[in-house]
Design a protein around this ligand. Structure first.
Ligand code: PGA
Length: 275
């Protein structure tokens, strides 16, 4: 059964002092949680600090992006290889805040994803529709479009690497990010199942294995109903990741949901259920 995965996306937040307190709290509280992996994705400049604090903990860490370039005259870019030197497990790729600033097309996001994979990082590839797109009945079409390169564009070697490194997908409806509004569990389940079926078009085994996270105002108050859904394998948390109690509680809820699912449906890998 897929373990749940809860990842904090700190975005443009943090200071050496605040981070120290938050990371230490997470380290103290988050161990021995059954069926859950936890991680934080911080600004690049704090990766060294994360590595120093979390090195002997159960919590992984990662970056919020990597360059589409590998090396050269690209002022301010940070490569996947550089990030990997700081012990990162993950990097986010294609976050909607980057797409909205026109810093990221599907093509650029795919290049970043490939660089992450070839540097040994597990990419967290973000997809999601805007409110207008949802209201216009286009949500699935948009997400399908964002997923196309990942499902069909990767050569066999890179796809095998994605499978080996357990690439993660995060479904983050843009209208739910940072707004306090979240997708209903049924809306999210439907999209997660859709994404899983898309991956199954290329590789059924990977479709069973891949973890698809929900992001968009996930917090302790809504985590249980979302994480109880069969195809929601965890969360990518923004605001709630900055408050130690909220992040810790969400991880505990994820563990509880995992245990319930393991008890009642231990054989289940995926439901491919559309509610
Ligand atoms: P949020 O952010 O939890 O604040 O909505 C999630 C994200 O953007 O990854």
């Amino acid at each position: 059964m897929r373990r749940k995965l809860v990842i904090g996306n700190w975005k443009l937040h943090g200071s050496l002092l605040e981070n120290q307190g938050l990371l230490n709290r997470l380290k103290q509280e988050l161990h021995d949680l059954e069926g859950v992996d936890a991680a934080v994705c911080l600004p690049y400049v704090y990766l060294y600090q994360a590595q120093a604090v979390l090195r002997d903990s159960a919590i992984a860490w990662g970056a919020q992006n990597v360059s589409q370039f590998t090396e050269g005259a690209y002022t301010s870019c940070i490569s996947a290889k550089m990030v990997a030197e700081f012990g990162c497990t993950y990097t986010i790729v294609g976050h909607s805040e980057r797409r909205a600033l026109k810093l990221e097309s599907n093509q650029v996001a795919t290049k970043r994803l490939l660089n992450a994979l070839h540097a040994g990082l597990t990419p967290i590839f973000c997809v999601g529709e805007t409110l207008d797109e949802r209201d216009g009945g286009m949500a699935e079409l948009i997400v399908r479009n964002q997923m196309l390169n990942v499902v069909y564009g990767l050569d066999n070697k890179s796809f095998a690497l994605a499978k080996k490194l357990n690439m993660v997908i995060a479904y983050e409806p843009v209208w739910a990010i940072g707004t306090g509004e979240h997708a209903t569990p049924e809306q999210a389940q439907r999209m997660h199942s859709f994404i899983r079926m898309m991956i199954a078009e290329r590789d059924r085994e990977f479709a069973e294995q891949i973890r698809i996270l929900y992001g968009g105002s996930m917090a302790p108050k809504n985590a249980e109903s979302l994480l109880n859904m069969p195809d929601i394998d965890g969360g990518l948390l923004g605001r709630a990741a900055l408050v130690a109690e909220d992040f810790i509680d969400t991880c505990r809820i994820a563990s509880h949901c995992w245990q319930q699912q393991a008890k009642f449906n231990p054989q289940a890998h995926t439901s491919a259920v559309i509610v």
